[in-house]
Structures are given as C-alpha cells and as structure tokens.
Design a protein around this ligand. Structure first.
Ligand code: SF4
Length: 417
C-alpha cells in the first residue's frame, strides 16, 4: 500500500485529463487516483465501475504505454504514473472484499441475451444488468472470459483474476449458459424470439492465412487456435517460426519457448518500431530466448508431407504515397532457406465465416457483421460488437464496444432510439 500511495501522490490531478482521453474506456483516472490518495478504495472502485468492470484484467494486460500512461503529463519530465498498477490495486481490493456495484431498475423486466462471454460480451452484460435487465450469456466454451481466458497465457494473466472478475459480473444477477455454441446447439432465430434484444459478441478468433505455398502442410498452425485450445505438438528440441508482430505472435512464441522448443523465431516483415506488440512483451520474449527476424518475410513453406524448411526474403521499408505506415517491400534476390519443424500463423484473425453465415445477417467486405451507428445489425433488436464488427483487437476496445452497445440496447429497450 505504501508504494501505491506514493505512486498515487505523484498524480497531478490534471484538469484536462489527458490520461482519460487516451484510455479506450474513458476511465476517470484523476478522480479514481484522488480517491486512492484519500485511502478511499471503495470510492475509487465506484468511480472506475462507471466505465469498466474489467479493471483487474485491463490493469494487467492493457498496453498502458500506448494509451493512458503514454499521455500522462508526469511522463514528460520523469516516469508516467503507473495507472495500470493503481487500477489493478483498486479492483483486486474490491474483488477481495466483495465490494458491490451499484444497480438501477430502469430496465426491469427486459430480457437480453448476450452471445459470447469475452470482454465485449461480459461488459455489455454487466452494464445492462446494472441497469436492471435480466441478462443471459451464452458461451461456447466451458467457462466465461473469451480471449482473456482462451487467448492470453496465464503467465500474463492469472486465471484466478479472470475467475474473480467473472464471479463479480455474475453476482450482478447475470445468468451464464456455457458449453452452448451458436449454429450448433441453438440458432439465432430461437434466441431472438425469446429475448427483447440480443447482443452478438462471439469474437473473431480464426487465424488468418498468409496465402503462400505450403501453408496446408502438416505442422502449420494458427496462433489463435493454439492459444485457444491449448493443444500443441511436442516442441521438444524443435525449431518453430511464428509469423507476425502482434500480441498473438508474442503470446504464441513465448508459450512455445516455455514448452521446450529449441529455437523460436518471430518473423516480422517490418522493423521492431512498427510492431503492434507491446515493447515490454518483446523484451520479455527476447529474455526468454525467442529470436526475432525483423524485416524478413516467409514466401514459401517447403516439405513433402510436413514442414521441413522455410523460404524467406528480406524486406526494406518504403514510404509510399497515400500510405500512413512504411510499407515493407521484398528485396530482390535476398531469398534464403532455413530449417524448420513448425510454423505458427499470427498475422491477424477473422470471424468464423460459417457461424456468421448461419446468422443470415449482413456482413462487411471483410467478413465482419455489419452494424449501424447504434450497433444494430440488419435484424431489428439484434446488436453486435467487439472483434465481430472489426473493433481494434484489444481487451479495452472490445470492452468499450460492449459498453457502447449496452447504451444503444438500453435506448432501444426504452423506446428512445
Ligand atoms: Fe495524473 Fe498523469 Fe492523469 Fe495528470 S495525466 S491526472 S498526472 S495520471
């Protein structure tokens, strides 16, 4: 607590709140830190639950340096306030002491189904329930948490934190029906008929492909699928290439290295500065022995039945007209081959096409579910959010989408849209 107080006391309580503006959830950071300074942790929790129910998770896994902490005034001359640590402290204390979240009765008697219990679905369910609605979450996995449980390894986010967060949300009288998969155990139509509104938030967790020769060979995996199922081949003494530069690439590479792979290479076609992954994660991966091949790209996976080698090429970064980011361009005749046993694709993810098609809802050219500015899909009363509508793939942005959708659903249910 001493350190926490010391950290809170460094906060300048800036009037213009640059930290809050840079927070995807718009958390009122100066006000909650002020409550921490006054040793009023219950008030700090009340302030934060105006905008988030996932503080114990976001406090640990958000890319704070790129968000709130990146805009902290204290960071200009010294270290920014460690906002993530303070948020974690406030939420851990609240979960430990079972502090209550305030509820109203505005939506009393209204029934809402939430399909998908990840960060977006949990947030939407919690905020609707805080407004008095009867909410039921349908989840295909055995437990709630979505990407936080089935995508982020426990060395980054302890399962206990997810369990406690979920328990707190369920204590708002949210019902959970797990092991229930859309398109298999029930159809959207069945649900839509039984509820006053439906929120779709089953995510986009199917790994994208690079569309290169050899991608169908044995030994090529999707990073999302490996992290989701936890089912891996035996990596002992093997060489593994991970293609990509985001969080899924980092989580996959670090998990695989910990599982005994001899060599793990992250192959990324841009430079380190352009990596979407957090800097500290890259550092950690390096410390753990993961090797990085920046400005390299895989052009072909070679093997008879299974992966044996990779053909790679070096790239240079070029500023092209109309492009915001530097564009990687292959350097002619820089091709080389490298022995490899497994390849993991972590170059992006998309929604499950089959499940989306079965809903019969309109989609975008990228295969996401199409929504209007009020998060409503092409079917009245059916809303969607999070990765499923193409939201930036971070926990906090998914949660923001869930909260925004809950506000839109509330208006719809009250006939105010
Ligand atoms: Fe405190 Fe930094 Fe936010 Fe200012 S910008 S209120 S110092 S956390």
């Amino acid at each position: 607590m001493e350190n926490i107080l010391e950290e809170a006391n460094r906060c300048l309580n800036c009037k213009v709140k640059p930290c809050s503006k840079a927070c995807p959830l718009g958390n009122d950071i100066p006000t909650f830190i002020k409550a921490v300074k006054e040793n009023n942790l219950e008030e700090a929790f009340n302030v934060l639950t105006q905008t988030t129910v996932l503080g114990a998770i976001c406090g640990r896994v958000c890319p704070h340096q790129k968000q709130c902490m990146g805009s902290c005034v204290r960071g200009i001359k010294s270290n920014p306030i460690n906002i993530g640590e303070l948020e974690t402290y406030v939420f851990d204390n609240a979960l430990e002491k079972d502090l209550k979240i305030n509820k109203t009765e505005e939506l009393k008697g209204k029934k809402v189904a939430v399909i998908g219990g990840g960060p977006s679905g949990l947030t939407c369910a919690a905020f609707l329930s805080m407004n008095g609605a009867n909410v039921t979450i349908y989840e295909k996995q055995l437990k709630l948490g979505g990407i936080t449980r089935y995508g982020i390894p426990d060395f980054r986010l302890p399962r206990e934190v997810i369990d406690k967060t979920v328990e707190k949300i369920l204590s708002l009288e949210v019902e959970a029906k797990c092991n229930q998969e859309l398109g298999k155990d029930y159809e959207l139509e069945d649900i839509a008929d039984k509820y006053d509104a439906v929120y779709l938030s089953f995510g986009a967790n199917v790994s994208s492909k690079m569309n290169i020769p050899g991608e169908d060979l044995d030994g090529v995996y999707g990073g999302n699928e490996l992290l989701e199922t936890g089912i891996h081949p035996d990596y002992t003494g093997k060489s593994v290439a991970v293609s990509g530069g985001g969080n899924v690439a980092m989580d996959s590479a670090r998990t695989i290295k910990r599982m005994g792979a001899k060599n793990v290479y992250v192959i990324y076609r841009r430079a380190r500065e352009q990596m979407p992954a957090e800097d500290y994660e890259v550092e950690e991966a390096m410390k753990e022995g993961v090797e990085f091949l920046f400005q390299n790209n895989i052009v072909k996976i070679i093997g008879n039945d299974k992966v044996e080698k990779l053909e790679c090429i070096k790239t240079e970064l070029v500023q092209k007209e109309g492009e915001k980011r530097l564009v990687p361009v292959n350097i002619e005749e820089s091709n080389y081959t490298i022995d490899m046993d497994y390849v993991v694709m972590a170059v992006g993810s998309k929604a499950n096409k089959e499940v989306v098609e079965k809903t019969g809802l309109e989609t975008t050219e990228y295969g996401n579910i199409k929504v209007n500015e009020k998060y409503m899909t092409s079917k009245k009363g059916v809303f969607a959010g999070g990765d499923l509508i193409g939201t930036k793939a971070t926990v906090a942005w998914a949660a923001r989408s869930g909260r925004n959708a809950s506000e839109a659903i509330k208006k719809y249910l009250l006939g105010e849209e």
